[in-house]
Design a binder for this molecule. Sequence first.
Ligand code: 5GP
Length: 140
Amino acid sequence: MSDTIFSKIIRGEIPSHKVYEDDHVIAILDIAPLSKGHTLVIPKEPATTLHELGDDQAAAVGRVLPRIARAIMKVTGASAYNVLQNNGEAAGQAVMHVHFHIIPCVPGSDTGEGLDKEWNPTSPSQDELLEVGKQIKRLL
Ligand code: 5GP
């Protein structure tokens, strides 16, 4: 993958508000937060999307997400939050280095309410669910 703004932040070439770092992961405050405390958790491996991330790096991210979420909730006082992870331009990914958003949900806040949650469910038949489920299962 090509160099991104996050690779430069990981290498310390560009400043950021870093809140966490270990051998595999950094977490920084989002420069344009949806709410106070909006944080990006970024594996150091330069993978573009989640499905390209190695198992060990994925595990390293999974290990720290709850800890970082707890700290954000404590500091912001938020009792709810979303974890968002965009893969690919069509899914809203703007920075092509895999990352997880932790976004406090703070209804009515003048420093941002959090993620705008538009959810448009569809109604597949049981047969359709069975078929796609079978296809995915076969690959796992
Ligand atoms: P995506 O849409 O790719 O999931 O989200 C990328 C996020 O990175 C956006 O929320 C955006 O505000 C944030 N971002 C983009 N450039 C920078 C930067 O230079 N520093 C920081 N801290 N965040 C950035």
